[in-house]
Design a protein around this ligand. Structure first.
Ligand code: NAD
Ligand code: ISE
Length: 336
């Protein structure tokens, strides 16, 4: 395809609008031709700025002739109602995390892709496109620290909406990114998970915050992930791998270190949009480029499924205090 890819966006909330902005103002090779949202007024406002058509539901948008590819940016539980019809129509889909909210639905998506015999789904686990994580992966793969033995991560949000954010979301909405990164950096699947909630941050009200996820990978490496969602000072994402002969860690996210008086300091990003702005740009440019060729790359439906298994186990582990096994179906060859 030489002309611009026509993209239909389902869900025009926070991230839907951010992705529409980047397609229109930053990226190349695509334009937003259609939008749909259960909040029709919101969809119309967004469409008016971009000259896009408005559709009443996912199905109508997917069927529209000006839609070559679809971005699914609605709430997680609504993803499945867009993804299955999208696959049936044979249109490439960029699906924001989570792929779906149950393992059964993830497996239905995998089955539909297997029937097509090619990948049409890229899931929005954008950290794989972040320059710092890519450099960390390259360092591990180079052998510079020997075999990786442990990965320690911290995922700290400045704050979350007290009325909307739940204990389960600390795993299903937030820790899922670190689960993806652990699998990506260590090239392995999570075998077991335990979640510990210790002393509570009084700022979080009823929330169990922070929590610590402790995972054992199939090959034996150990992963720890701190999730704090009311840390106040900013959006702080950390990761360090200990290997047999050395360690490698993400550098600070800021580009400038200010030294003045007897101190030095740098900016902490406000939220994920600031911290991962370039990663979001890269993941969507990759989607546009590959979708034009009729298939996609990046985080796959398998990744979405494997993360869902660990997320479900993590939620169970958090409420029971037990170590919970992460049992997955056999990985189909399409995803190897
Ligand atoms: P949001 O609430 O701001 O927006 C969601 C939009 O989807 C709303 O406008 C809502 O009306 C619409 N919607 C809900 N159900 C719908 C349906 N059935 N059909 C059409 N529209 C529907 O939420 P958000 O923060 O933009 O999150 C959206 C998705 O993006 C979620 O899956 C979330 O996990 C994901 N997300 C990913 C990242 C990331 O870092 N990759 C960051 C934030 C959010
Ligand atoms: C949000 O949904 C995201 O995906 C962000 O990347 C994450 O940092 C945040 O905790 C989630 O709520």
């Amino acid at each position: 395809m030489t002309e611009d890819l026509g993209i239909g966006v389902i869900g025009t909330g926070m991230i839907g609008q951010d992705h529409i902005r980047r397609i229109a103002d930053v990226l190349s090779g695509a334009r937003v031709t259609a939008v749909a949202d259960i909040d029709r007024t919101r969809a119309e406002e967004v469409a008016a700025k971009r000259g896009a058509k408005v559709y009443d539901d996912a199905g109508a948008l997917i069927a529209a002739p000006e839609v070559d590819a679809v971005l699914v940016c609605s709430w997680g539980p609504a993803h499945i109602e867009a993804v299955l019809p999208g696959l049936e129509a044979g249109k490439p889909l960029f699906v924001e995390k989570p792929l779906a909210v149950s393992q059964d639905d993830c497996l239905k998506i995998i089955d539909a892709e297997l029937t097509l015999g090619k990948r049409l789904i890229q899931v929005g686990y954008m950290r794989r496109y972040d320059a710092a994580y890519a450099a960390l992966k390259k360092t591990i793969d180079s052998g510079a620290i020997g075999a990786p033995l442990m990965y320690h991560a911290a995922h700290r949000n400045a704050r979350v909406p007290a009325d909307l954010y739940t204990d389960d979301m600390a795993v299903a909405d937030t820790m899922v990114h670190d689960i993806d990164v652990a699998r990506f950096l260590l090239d392995d699947e999570v075998a077991r998970i335990r979640v510990i909630a210790g002393k509570k941050n009084s700022i979080g009200g009823r929330l169990r915050d922070p929590i610590l996820g402790v995972m054992e990978m199939a090959g034996g490496a150990v992963v720890t992930v701190e999730v704090s969602v009311n840390i106040q000072y900013g959006y702080d994402i950390r990761g360090e791998v200990s290997g047999e002969t050395g360690t490698a860690e993400l550098a600070e996210a800021n580009r400038v270190v200010l030294k003045s008086g007897d101190s030095f300091c740098g900016r902490v990003p406000a939220d994920w949009r600031e911290r991962f702005i370039e990663a979001y740009d890269k993941e969507l440019q990759d989607f546009i480029n590959t979708a034009k060729g009729g298939t996609v790359s990046g985080p796959s439906a398998w990744d979405g499924y494997a993360i869902q298994v660990v997320s479900d186990a993590g939620i169970k582990a958090a409420s029971s205090g037990e170590i919970v096994a992460c049992e997955m179906v056999k990985k189909p060859a399409l995803y190897t």
